[in-house]
Design a protein. Sequence first.
Length: 228
Amino acid sequence: MINFDEELEKAKGGDGIAAYVVAVCYHHGYHGVGIHYGKSFSWWKKGAKMKDNALCLFMLAFINRANRKKSKKFFDQSFSRIEKMAEQGNPFAQNLLGVYHSQGFMGNPINFAQAAEMYKKSALQGFVMAQSNIGCYYLEGKGVEIDVKKAVEWFDKAIANGCKNSMLERQKAIAILQNSSTNFSQNSPTQQSQLTKLKCSACGGTIEFQGNLKRGFCQFCDTAFIVN
């Protein structure tokens, strides 16, 4: 469990990893901290100049991704160290590798399975962002089999750590569980499996279903779908 006040003191003392944690908390409002994007960005920049600064450098690469040259500079300075930190079990580095694989950053092909693996490792160590991320993956079937109950469990953990965004995702998951007890009872297990694994024919993204799970839309390109 992260103690924000302790991390803030370490960051003020020049700890780049703590600076990253402080920036994340300000950016998302984790651990009872109010959202403040200005402070968040400021700590990422400060952290990039501190010892153990790879996490902050990687975030600056991601933030500046519209500027290819600038982004690549930060990426080249940080990525090999992020990989090493993740191998050594650092949950923050593991989550960032999850982001790297999930978004195809710096030309990397999207790999949801690898992203899910990294998110899960980080989440098991209590990092709130990873708990929210792996919850979404279980809900959407990205890199893992759809498991709505597991999604709810991870959302509950993230919410307990102050992740307000997970509240809405949890509501979606609960609605699916409630619908499944009535709507899915009319379908065979094979039909259910086919329905929950549908992918967008336009872009290959995951289709999110609504209501009675007969209508949905692609989360990536918003293409609408109707299941007959």
